[in-house]
Ligand binder design. Sequence first.
Ligand code: ADP
Ligand code: MG
Ligand code: ZN
Length: 595
Amino acid sequence: MQWLGLKPAPSMSYSGLLRSIRSGNVKELVLSPRQRDVQVRLKNGEQQTVPVFANDTLLLRTAEAARVPLSVRDDRQSEANAALVSNLLLAALVIGGLALLIRRSAQVANRAIGFGRSQARVQAESQDTVRFEDVAGIGEAKEELQEVVTFLKTPETFTSIGARIPKGVLLIGPPGTGKTLLARAIAGEAGVPFFSLSGSEFVEMFVGVGASRVRDLFRQAKAKAPCIIFIDEIDAVGRQRGAGIGGGNDEREQTLNQLLTEMDGFEENSGVVLLAATNRPDVLDTALMRPGRFDRQIRVDLPDRRGREQILAVHARSKPLDESVSLAAWALRTPGFSGADLANLLNEAAILTARRERQTIEDSALSDALERITMGLAVAPLQDNAKKRLIAYHEIGHALLTALVPQADRLDKVTLLPRAGGIGGFARMTPDEERLDSGLVSKADLKARLVVALGGRAAELVVFGPSEITQGASGDLEMVSRLAREMVTRFGFSDLGPVALDADGSEVFLGRDWLRPQPSHSMITGNRIDQAVRQLARQALDQALTLLLPRRRLMDALVEELISDETIEGDRLRAIVAADAAAGSATAPLTPSPR
Ligand code: ADP
Ligand code: MG
Ligand code: ZN
């Protein structure tokens, strides 16, 4: 046994050892591979320890040639020693880390006592390279903000005709629509100092610091007028006062009060424009919206199809798109995507392209990127054949109905691809853009949506029978129940009549309205609602079955194609269905209804 650092000093050299072996003076060798040494027992009875190289083959070969017995020692004990040392090291690290933490928090406390100066980042002109041309698809918001820029550049044009410039402009819109980007573009265009601060930076742990930050920020800004102050995510400070649950909001309220005071404090046309952004206007304190404060509100909405195309074009400028790629087609396939989602799509596609060592971004890369964004990553192909067939029939059920139900959304494509999330396939629809834009959906539209949603379950029933249906349809059923309930309780699409029976089920904000409104109906009505919901779902399933039952052969053909190709595009599916209808194969049902 040896303790680290206590090895006996070698008195024999490595070459001496080789020589001794060759000359036959060595009786035995014991090798300790981990310790990289060898114990030498000489024929004269002496013992020596000689350090050797790791993986020394010369020694082995020499010993073998001279027929010297060589054994290898199992040195677990020394491993235990090594473990002890590494444990000690770990302990030392933890103690060191703790000491560092304590020092850090002391520094933070110091800073709090010193009352933090505003940490607003002042951006000098032209430092920000974002320009209006980098913001696409939100024309109106851009136009209104261009006005602000003009004012900051040439205030005389406005003041000479007595126009009042808004003090505060609030950008409102869902996340990722380009609010922050717009603000940066203004800074880039206006060529005036730009103070930017995020709302959460205001809200500090230490009482008073938030308010002092606000004061400090406005003091700096006034000294530099004309200029812009931008507060991103202002909902972090500007929440409805007295709404917090769980206390601890005094600080935020003080900060907000200070902000309001400062906004009242600077005179009209002083050259300071306050710009703020939020995606939760509903939680903002009403006092912030009063005239003279954020008196102008600009909506930044999710882009429509043309907007999406323009945004894609902006982001494609820096990327080598293949000539075959049509941005218009991609805009059509990405309804509901925000600007950030679209930027992400192109970026993912670029990454895939680089990984595949292609020179230009092709449609296939964009397809895979889209799937990756919407579904998670693709993994190894589906192995289990029976399961694969079942999933194929389920998805074909959805897909086929999109072609058979007149009011249904158009099928984009149906795919059978294994995914990390365990989804075996999907049928993706492209909602009618016109319908989306108008925000109006008819009863027939929604009924069609129910039928398509139940198409998967219906196909399983038709093909595998009522006892072989799977839980794979649970997501569809949830969707159907939610939609059917809304149809009954909110849209008046049932025989319960044209009444709204439920308060709007929108997201509950903890605070102002955290007590959910009571249901506005009786128990009896509740039962009738349940009945009506069930009836809608039943009817939809019936219709799906009626449409699928006589088309068993068509379904089989589609499933074969889906399994071999893994994907059927919407156009291809519609062509197959049209050809089938022309051949008149939808005749009498082959089997009685399985219900
Ligand atoms: P928000 O502040 O509204 O949540 P951002 O401005 O931070 O969204 O947008 C994030 C990113 O998404 C931007 O940096 C930009 O790359 C992209 N983006 C979002 N909207 C647009 C748009 N209208 N035009 C171009 N790019 C956009
Ligand atoms: Mg933002
Ligand atoms: Zn389904």
